[in-house]
Design a binder for this molecule. Structure first.
Ligand code: ACO
Length: 403
C-alpha cells in the first residue's frame, strides 16, 4: 500500500483510478471483506455467526460501539432505540405532499433528509452526545418511515409503532397491520427479516457508504448524509439490484428460457447483465448469498409455498451460470441480491420496497462509518482529483462574432 497523499505532497503526483478499484479513501475498523476467500466480518465477527446467533439490534450495537453488548448494555440500547421510533407528527403531513404513485425510495430520500428540519439538536455534529442521539434516531425511525412510505403507496392509514415488540416485528406490524383488524407477527418471518437486516447492515466502502462519508466530510449533518447514501443506494448497480434481479427472474419466467438470457448476458453487443450476479469485491461466492439462499427456503417453507416458479428459475439459473465458462472466467457468482427479492416478495413486500428495506438495514452501517470518520482527527474534506480532457485556454468571443 502506497500513501499517495504523502507522495502528492512531495512530488505533486496523483493516481487515476476511475471507479476507485484500487484506492483506499480511509482507514476503518468496522468491516472486513476478503473478496477472494468470500469472507465478511463485522468488527471481526463472521457474518454467518452473527446471522445465526445474533439479532439486528445487537449487530447495530456492535457496528456502532465495536463490541458485542452485555445483557445490560443490550437492554439499554434496545430501550433507547425503541424510545425514538415515533416521528414528528408533522412528518405525516410531509408525506401527504407526495403523489401516491411516488417510488418509496424517492420518499425515503426526501423524508430522511427532512429529519434534519425536525431535529435541529441532532445536527450539531461537534457534540458526541448529539451524534449518538442522531444515530439512535436514525436507526429507530427508519422502520417507521419505511412503513409509512409503504402504507402511503397503498392508500392505507399509517400504523404507529408498538414498542413492546422487537425491532423487526414492530416494522412488520407497521407495514402489514390494518387498523381494526387483528394482526399477529409471524415469528419465523420476523426472524428471517431480522437476519436479512443483519446481512445488509454494513459492507465497508461501497458506493452508498462512500457517498455518506464524502457528504459527511464537508461537515454536513447526519440526516443529510444518510439521505445522500439512500439516493446512491437506489441505483440498479447497487441497492436497486434486488428489485432488478426479481424483475429479471419474472421476465425469464420458466427454466427453459434460461439459455437465452445466459447468451444475452455474454453478448458484448447487448447491455443486458444477469442481475444479482457479480460483485466488485467478491470474486468468490458472496458469503451473504449463502445465508440468504437458506433464508429463502425457510420463508417459503413457513408460508407453505412448495413450488415457487421464480425459485425454480433462480436455482436453475445459478446452476447453469456456475458451470458456464464466461461466468467462471470473470468470477461472477450470485450476490446477496439474487435471492433476497424472492424472499421479500414471498413475505408480501412489493418490489418497489426492496431497496427501501436495504436502506433501512444499511443505515446503521452508514451511521457507524460516518461516526468513525467524524471521530478521526486526520479526517479532511473528500476532494477527488480529475484528469482534465477539455479545451485548452481560449479567449472569449462575443455573440456577434461567433458566426
Ligand atoms: N452479467 C454479465 N456479465 C457481467 C456481469 C453480469 N451480472 N457483471 C459483470 N459482468 C462482466 C462485465 O461485462 C465485464 O466484462 P468484460 O471484462 O468483458 O468487460 C466483467 O464482467 C467485469 O465487470 P465490471 O462491470 O467491470 O465489474 P464491476 O466490478 O465494475 O461491477 C457489478 C460489479 C456492478 C456488481 C456488476 O457485476 C453488475 O453490474 N452486476 C449486476 C448488478 C448487481 O447484481 N448488483 C448488485 C451488487 S451487490 C450490492 O450492491 C449489494
Amino acid at each position: 500500500v502506497i500513501d499517495i497523499s504523502k507522495l502528492y505532497a512531495q512530488t505533486g503526483m496523483f493516481t487515476y483510478d476511475p471507479g476507485f478499484t484500487s484506492t483506499a479513501a480511509t482507514e476503518s475498523k468496522i468491516t472486513y471483506i476478503d473478496g477472494d476467500k468470500g469472507i465478511l466480518l463485522y468488527r471481526g465477527y463472521p457474518i454467518d455467526q452473527l446471522a445465526e446467533h445474533g439479532d439486528f439490534l445487537e449487530t447495530c450495537y456492535l457496528l456502532l460501539y465495536g463490541e458485542l453488548p452485555t445483557a445490560a448494555q443490550k437492554a439499554d440500547f434496545d430501550y433507547r432505540v425503541t424510545r425514538h421510533t415515533m416521528v414528528h407528527d408533522q412528518m405525516n403531513r410531509f408525506f401527504t405532499g407526495f403523489r401516491r404513485d411516488a417510488h418509496p425510495m424517492a420518499i425515503m430520500v426526501a423524508s430522511v433528509g427532512a429529519l434534519s428540519a425536525f431535529y435541529h439538536d441532532s445536527t450539531d455534529i461537534s457534540d458526541p452526545h448529539q451524534r449518538m442521539i442522531a444515530s439512535m434516531r436514525m436507526i429507530a425511525k427508519m422502520p417507521t418511515l419505511a412503513a409509512m412510505a409503504y402504507k402511503y403507496s397503498i392508500g392505507q392509514p399509517f400504523v404507529y409503532p408498538q414498542n413492546e415488540l422487537d425491532y423487526t416485528s414492530n416494522f412488520l406490524r407497521m407495514c402489514f397491520a390494518v387498523p381494526a383488524e387483528e394482526y399477529k407477527v409471524n415469528p419465523v418471518l420476523s426472524r428471517a427479516l431480522d437476519r436479512i437486516f443483519i446481512l445488509h447492515a454494513d459492507h465497508e466502502q461501497n458506493a452508498s457508504t462512500s457517498t455518506v462519508r464524502l457528504a459527511g466530510s464537508s461537515g454536513a449533518n447526519p440526516f443529510a448524509c444518510i439521505a445522500a447514501g439512500i439516493a446512491c443506494l437506489w441505483g440498479p448497480a447497487h441497492g436497486g439490484a434486488n428489485e432488478a434481479a426479481l424483475k429479471m427472474l419474472e421476465e425469464i419466467g420458466t427454466p427453459d428460457r434460461i439459455p437465452e438470457y445466459i447468451a444475452k448476458a455474454k453478448d458484448k453487443n447487448d447491455p443486458f447483465r444477469l442481475m444479482g450476479f457479480g460483485h466488485r469485491v467478491y470474486k468468490n461466492y458472496d458469503p451473504r448469498a449463502r445465508i440468504m439462499q437458506k433464508t429463502t427456503h425457510e420463508v417459503l417453507n413457513e408460508l407453505g409455498i412448495k413450488d415457487d416458479p421464480l425459485l425454480d428459475v433462480a436455482v436453475e439459473l445459478e446452476q447453469i451460470a456456475l458451470k458456464d465458462e464466461y461466468f467462471i472466467e470473470k468470477k461472477l457468482y450470485p450476490n446477496i441480491d439474487f435471492y433476497s427479492g424472492i424472499t421479500l416478495k414471498a413475505m408480501g413486500f412489493p418490489t418497489s420496497m426492496f431497496t427501501v428495506l436495504f436502506a433501512l438495514a444499511r443505515t446503521v452501517g452508514w451511521i457507524a462509518q460516518w461516526s468513525e470518520m467524524i471521530e478521526d482527527p486526520s479526517q479532511r474534506i473528500g476532494r477527488p482529483r480529475q484528469l482534465y480532457t477539455g479545451e485548452t485556454e481560449r479567449d472569449y468571443v462575443t455573440v456577434a462574432q461567433r458566426g
